[in-house]
Design a protein around this ligand. Structure first.
Ligand code: DQA
Length: 152
């Protein structure tokens, strides 16, 4: 039995999944994303997966800070703040929890401004272009990393 807890953090406009640009982000809703995270988290051996979304940079930073001592690792889709936020990068570095960067779309195949990732500099892995199922992949990578850490 594991007591591991994962925190999934989603940035701006991800609450609009299902409505926003379905050709890029698909037609599934945010509720479906939450369901995938809970199921995939349990399958990867997490006792708990909390899923958080905010459109506000400060709220995302507050949530990363509050994860210290409460969660074992983070899966984060900072959405547009990926490409702009040194604050989110610094918060991830401050707490030092293992983190995976996730994007629904293939950001590297899109506009050049999406090819810079600040948050990614504090993450040990990145998943992109796998749609909502990418969150399941990211949670599995996080579980694997925590397994490795507990062996050392
Ligand atoms: C995104 C990619 C970002 O460039 C964009 O601003 C988003 C979503 C993704 O999941 O593909 O809002 O992070």
């Amino acid at each position: 039995m594991t007591t591991r807890k994962a925190l999934v953090i989603n940035g701006p406009n991800l609450n609009m999944l299902g409505i926003r640009e379905p050709a890029i982000y698909g037609s599934n809703t945010y509720a479906e994303l939450v369901r995938i995270c809970r199921e995939a988290g349990a399958a990867a051996g997490f006792a708990e997966v909390e899923v958080f979304q905010s459109n506000h940079e400060g709220a995302l930073i507050d949530t990363i800070q509050a994860a210290l001592g409460r969660f074992d690792g983070i899966v984060i889709n900072p959405a547009a703040y990926t490409h702009t936020s040194v604050g989110i990068l610094d918060a991830l570095k401050a707490v030092g929890l293992p983190a995976v960067e996730i994007h629904i779309s293939d950001v590297d195949a899109r506009e050049s401004f999406r090819q810079v990732s600040y948050a990614g500099m504090a993450c040990f892995a990145r998943v992109a272009g796998e749609g909502l199922q990418g969150y399941a992949h990211a949670l599995a990578l996080l579980a694997h990393k925590l397994d490795e850490k507990s062996r050392h």
